[in-house]
Design a protein around this ligand. Sequence first.
Ligand code: NAD
Length: 459
Amino acid sequence: MKSIPELVASHKAFFLSQGTKDVSYRLLLLKALKQEIIKKEQDIFDALYNDFRKSEFETYISEFGLVISELNLAIKKLKTWSRPKRVRASILTFPSKDYIYKVPYGSVLVIAPWNYPFLLAMNPLIMAIAAGNTVVLKPSELTENTSKVLTKIIKNVFPEDVCTSIEGGIPLATALLAQKWDYIFFTGSTKVGKIVAEAAAKHLTPVTLELGGKSPCIIDDTIDVKLIARRLVWGKLLNGGQTCIAPDFVIVKSSIKANLVNAIKKEITRRYSEDIFQSGDFPRIINSKNLKRLVSLIENESIIFGGEIDEKTNYLSPTLVDSPKLDSKIMTEEIFGPILPILAYEAEKDIAKILNGIERPLAFYVFSKNKSFYSKIITTYNFGGGVINDPLIHFGNSKLPFGGIGASGMGNYHGIHGFDTFSHKKAIMKRGTWLDLPLRYAPYKGKINLLKTIFKYFG
Ligand code: NAD
C-alpha cells in the first residue's frame, strides 16, 4: 500500500499526464460508477442500517436516489458543461474572440461526514470527477459499514491514481490535510471546518466548506397547523434528526403555539406509532458520545413530549422542549438530533432578538401564506438557503446551489454548481492580427482625449 505522500504524488502524476482531461474518459468512469452503485444497492442499504438503523426507504430517498440523480445529470450534461463557452467581446479589446474554459483544478481531497455517509461522500466526488480532477476521499470513521462499501465501490471502478477512498479517523484526516492539494471539499462541523481552512491556507488551496449550524423555522398564524406539523415532523425526524439542514428550533406565533404543539405530538405518534422504539422507521443516534451530548442538552429543560432514552441502542425518542432560555446550551449549540425546542413570538422584533443572537445558519424555513411576512423574513436574515412552507426540500433540486454562509460554510455545489465548484474558469482571449490600433502604444502625447472618449462611450 502506498504512503500518503506517494498516493498524492501518483494522483498529481496522473493529472499531469492529461488523462482526466479527456471528457469521454470521465464519462466512461461516471457510467461505470453508476453501474457499480446500482449493483451494490442492497449492500448500501444494509450498511446504513447497520451503522445507525437507517431504513431502506430513508436511505433511498435521502442518499441512494439523490446520488443516482446526480450521476444521471452529470452523464447527460458533461459534454455541454465542459465545452469552452464563447462570451461577448469588448470593444476595448477589439478585435478579439473571448472564451471561458472550465478546467479541472488537479488533485482534490474530499472529507465526508457520517450523517449522510453515502450521499455526502459520493456527490462531491461525482462532480469532482466530472470536472476532470483526481480524487482522494476520506469517508467518516463513525459509519464503518458505509465507508467499507464506499471504498469497495471506488476500488472496483477507478484506477488508484484517479480516485481512491482511504478509511480512517482524525490522524488520517490530519495527515491528508498536511499534503498540498489543488482543492479541498469538506463537509462536517464548523469546528473542524476551521481546522481544514487553516490547513488549506498554508498552501493557498481553495476550499469548499459545507458546515452546520442552527437552522430556524419561523411559523406565523396563516397556515393550517396540521399541514405544518406533518411537514415539520418529517423534516425534523428524517435521519433521526441528524441532518445538517434539519429545523433546529421553531419560533411560532404565540396565538397558535398550543395548537401546533398538539398537532406535532399527534403527528409523531401517527408516523412512528405509540411505541416509537419498536418502529423500524426511526433511526438511532450515531454513537453513545452523541447520545450523551443530546441528553445534556435537555437535562435542565422543560420537556413536553418524549425524552425517552435507551443507552444500549443509542435511542433518543422524538423530544419537544418548551421555551428554552436563549443562553441555554440547547439554544447556543447545533442540536443535530431528534429534539425540537419551541419558542413563541408576539411581534417581529421578538424573532429578530432570537435570530440576531445566532450565527448565520445553513438553512432557514418560514411557514406563512402572508407574502409580505415571508418576503421580509427571507430578505432580512442571512443564511445558506431555505424553503417557504416546507423544510429540507431545497436540497432536492440540483438546479439550486447548496451551501452555507459565514459559520455555516463557504462555496456551494449540486448539479452544475458542483461542476463549477470543481472547475477553474480560465479566461482565454484570441486577438485578431488583421488590425493593431496604435492608441495604446507610447509615445502617449496627444492621445489622452481620444482614450477618454473611448472609455466614455465603450467602457
Ligand atoms: P466532523 O466535523 O466531526 O467530521 C467530519 C469529517 O472530518 C470526518 O471525516 C472526520 O473524520 C473529520 N475530522 C474530524 N475531526 C477532525 C480533525 N480534528 N481534523 C481533521 N479532520 C477531522 O462532523 P460529523 O460529526 O461527521 O458531521 C456532523 C456535522 O457536519 C454537523 O455539524 C453538520 O451540520 C455538518 N454537516 C454539514 C453538511 C452540509 O452539507 N453543510 C452536511 C452534513 C453534515
